[in-house]
Write a protein that binds this ligand. Sequence first.
Ligand code: PEP
Length: 250
Amino acid sequence: MQNGSRKLLIIGNWKMHTTGAQATGLAKEIALGVGPRVDIQVVLCPPFTVLEGVSQVLSGSTVQLGAQNLYPGPMGAVTGEVCAEMLKAVYCAYVLVGHSERRVLLREPDELINQKIHTALENRIKPVLCIGEPLEVRDSGNTWPFLQTQLERALDKVPQDLIENVVIAYEPLWAIGSGQPSSPDGAQAVHAQIRQFIDTFSSSAAKLRILYGGSVKPENAQQLLAQPDIDGLLVGGASLKAKSFLDIIG
Ligand code: PEP
């Protein structure tokens, strides 16, 4: 499944769920279900504590590993953080950056998100930059200026030729975990705007993958994926059960 030259990308964000055997069991079921498919790219983002075990399970499968965060600096004296070198040692190919739960609960500022994007790219880990507007911004009709500011700040000084290694995940805050996803048309309109904006400063806009996230379920996934600028999905809750995640992958 492709949108033009863009291979569809389905990412499961397990957030702060799973311990050892739960995580490896879930990863096994998913890897088995995905099988030898190479027409789509599936990625699992488990918590740090189980990255190594999940990495072993996924080795030799087509499913890739992602992390949920990284520290924007080299290995060293930074208590409680995890650096890119550690992620590469367990074969993480992707890392989530700027998830709204971190922006809101941990007050992560745009400058830090920008540093993480640079660090990930320097280490050849693909950053999945999450952006999204809260309900009051949507209701006041200011969705696009809000998203544009998030994009400008997060992508500040990223060389234009590296933009194709960034994945953008549009995750409206009102849709995350709410059971109220964006309509496929509504998400498509925002994705097209994001691509147009990227096109103003990078020649890679056509190659950039833009994912939708927020209450994705097996019932709505295919309609969302049918949109021309929706190149994949970032799935939270529904990625914690192998069956629902595999049904979303289709
Ligand atoms: C998320 O938080 O990245 C997410 C998309 O969550 P959910 O699918 O549960 O809405």
